[in-house]
Design a binder for this molecule. Structure first.
Ligand code: SF4
Ligand code: SF4
Length: 328
């Protein structure tokens, strides 16, 4: 990252933090809700996504967010690689000087590598050993995830994995960290609690508070031992205290937000239940949809990414350092 970008980012953060300005510094763009996997804790593959934005609408969205001050854009889904025009979407983001991350199950990474080569950070789902990962994410999906990581590393891409923590893989941390060391990637973790769309059907998968505290302790030790863990202590503090989230100042809808695949602009995925209340950028323009987003803010949640964003915007030292490192 150039010094000029560094200074611009610091200035934007200052305006968000101290001048009450709305700047979507970190933006997530769900380019589709379609998915070619069928993970047991997610219902994306059953959703009807007839309202998906066209390439022109997505370009309008990207240029509008870039002009409002977006610096980092996370391409997500569903499975973003299912879009035939994903290469053009990535190139369009790069044309606007955006840092691009992409979250993927990895299935199509080897096939689409040329189109996504300039993604700054590829985040591949990895839930544990082959048998455990396949039980959670479908037969053959572990091999596809590992093949994706291998292909991306060979292409010199920066890779992280994201693990959804469930009762089934709560003991898979050593496996994941060994793989991370062997294949040279960093790891992040997202508890399954209230994962996509399935709130009431997850009971058998949700770890107990005690299991999560133990997991958090292992992550702290792994960090102390310089293993490949990219979550900050602010998030581990939440995991320690779950289900009683520590109160925080949240910047959803102010310093970050999500654009859904149908063009709706919402503050965070936890507010999907209120999606009727939010404006659609396709109808009113993306700037209006972001600037006039209704306030549904609350004081804490269990999502890793939002806790990292909030810790960054609340100027927690470790999260700021991590964010700057990750913006390289
Ligand atoms: S968790 Fe991701 S890969 Fe799995 S079904 Fe949902 S969107 Fe697809
Ligand atoms: S605390 Fe979490 S759920 Fe609440 S508004 Fe912020 S990001 Fe959304």
């Amino acid at each position: 990252m150039s010094l000029k970008n560094n200074i611009q980012d610091a200035l934007k953060l200052f305006k968000i933090r101290f001048m009450n300005r709305k700047i979507p510094l970190i933006t997530t763009l769900a380019v589709t809700l379609r998915c070619n996997a069928n993970c047991i804790y997610c219902d994306a593959s059953n959703l009807n996504d007839s309202e998906e934005m066209s390439l022109d609408e997505i370009k309008d969205c990207i240029s509008s967010f870039a002009s409002m001050g977006a610096r980092k854009i996370g391409l997500a889904g569903g499975e973003p690689l299912l879009r035939k025009d994903i290469g053009e979407i990535v190139s369009y983001c790069k044309m606007h000087n955006l840092l691009v991350t992409m979250s993927t199950n990895g299935f199509l990474v080897p096939k689409k590598l040329d189109e996504i080569r300039y993604v700054d950070l590829l985040i591949v789902s990895l839930d544990g050993e082959e048998e455990i990962h396949d039980r959670l994410r479908g037969k053959g999906s572990h091999k596809k995830a590992i093949d994706a990581i291998e292909a991306a590393k060979e292409a010199d891409m920066k890779v992280w994995t994201e693990t959804v923590i469930t009762k089934n893989n709560i003991n898979s941390l050593d496996y994941i960290l060994d793989k991370a060391y062997e294949m040279k990637f960093m790891t992040i973790y997202e508890p399954v609690e209230r994962f996509l769309f399935f709130d009431d059907k997850l009971d058998d998968l949700v770890p107990s508070p005690e299991e999560l505290r133990n997991f958090s302790l292992k992550l702290r030790n792994a960090k102390k031992n310089k293993r490949n863990v990219a979550v900050s202590n602010s998030f581990l503090d939440v995991m320690d205290k779950w289900p009683h989230y520590p109160k925080i100042k949240c910047w959803a809808g102010i310093g970050y937000g999500i654009i859904l695949s149908d063009g709706k602009v919402i503050p965070c995925v936890e507010k999907l239940n209120h999606s009727k209340e939010f404006l659609n950028g396709r109808e009113v323009g993306f700037k209006k949809a972001f600037y006039e987003m209704p306030d549904f803010s609350c004081e804490g949640c269990f999502r890793n990414c939002y806790n990292e964003y909030n810790a960054f915007m609340n100027l927690k030292t470790e999260a700021v350092i991590n964010s700057l490192k990750n913006m390289k």
